[in-house]
Design a protein. Structure first.
Length: 285
């Protein structure tokens, strides 16, 4: 299987793509992880778990506790035994990034692709490509939440239309600003539910605590028009009033006219506040 190309990597991706199936799945080969990788996982887990207690939303905290993956790189089959009965999702191993059409198909059938390799020691704080820690620690706990479980299936099914209308970038921004870098109002403050934030200790603090970063109330069209950062902390975050809003605001929205209106327009630069907009922190609770 040939390695796919991505915007975030022009020099070739990590991961063993040779031998992958037509849908880019591979076996996890859990027994091949050496002891030092399990030890690295334990340190990553311990560091992020301390932040989860104070910065993550309740659904993430509860999901992580149920997965019980603190002692080493988890077995996907063990997680599937928990996910399947709860929300119908299953994890499938992949070498790394996979083509968009394949990714959408997996999500549409409640299969979540998880990269099998773990970051190196010098990459503990930042990683461009997703690894098993980002994918499992960051994403899998939220697959136990019914809202996120349903949203991801719907998102996967929306991929075909977005690709047909040449609007994939717009749909991708929905995923980026929610599943990867989403914030939600909870217990009178801000909490993280996005995997890209919660798998990074420094961005977890930055997204919630930094006074200069732009946070906006979630608006689906604004999200689809907003560019994002692939090589640094985000300059804009969008805040949900609750996790159910993610589906409530999108199910009734006809994406077709939105794509037609905005797909040819340049994206709004990350960090830009438009005229008439009020940042989340300045809104009345």
């Amino acid at each position: 299987m040939k390695k796919p190309s991505t915007e975030t990597s022009t020099s070739g991706l990590r991961g063993e793509y040779e031998g992958a199936a037509a849908d880019y799945t591979v076996g996890q080969d859990w027994h091949s992880y050496p002891p030092e990788m399990h030890e690295r996982w334990r340190r990553l887990h311990a560091r992020q778990s301390a932040l989860v207690a104070t910065h993550a939303c309740a659904a993430f905290r509860e999901g992580l506790a149920r997965l019980d993956c603190a002692e080493g790189i988890p077995r996907f089959e063990d997680a599937n035994a928990i996910l399947g009965p709860e929300t119908g999702w299953q994890l499938v191993g992949v070498p790394g990034f996979i083509p968009d059409a394949v990714f959408f198909d997996h999500l549409a059938h409640r299969r979540f692709p998880v990269t099998r390799w773990l970051r190196e020691e010098h990459e503990l704080d930042y990683l461009v490509e997703p690894d098993v820690f980002h994918d499992f620690f960051g994403h899998v706990p939220m697959l136990l939440d019914p809202t996120i479980a349903d949203f991801l299936e719907l998102y996967g099914k929306a991929g075909t239309r977005a690709m047909a209308m040449d609007a994939l970038d717009m749909l991708a921004r929905i995923y980026w600003y929610t599943i990867e870098f989403g914030l939600v109002r909870e217990d009178g403050g801000l909490k993280v539910f996005g995997a890209g934030i919660i798998s990074s200790s420094s961005e977890t603090r930055y997204s919630i605590e930094d006074r200069e970063v732009l946070r906006l109330p979630f608006d689906a069209v604004r999200v689809m028009r907003t560019g994002y950062m692939i090589d640094s902390f985000q300059k804009t975050y969008f805040v949900l009033e609750s996790l159910p809003q993610l589906i409530e605001d999108l199910v009734g929205l006809d994406f077709g006219p939105v794509y037609e209106t905005w797909r040819a327009a340049p994206p709004i630069p990350a960090g830009d506040l438009l005229s008439g907009e009020t940042p989340f922190g300045e809104l009345t609770p």
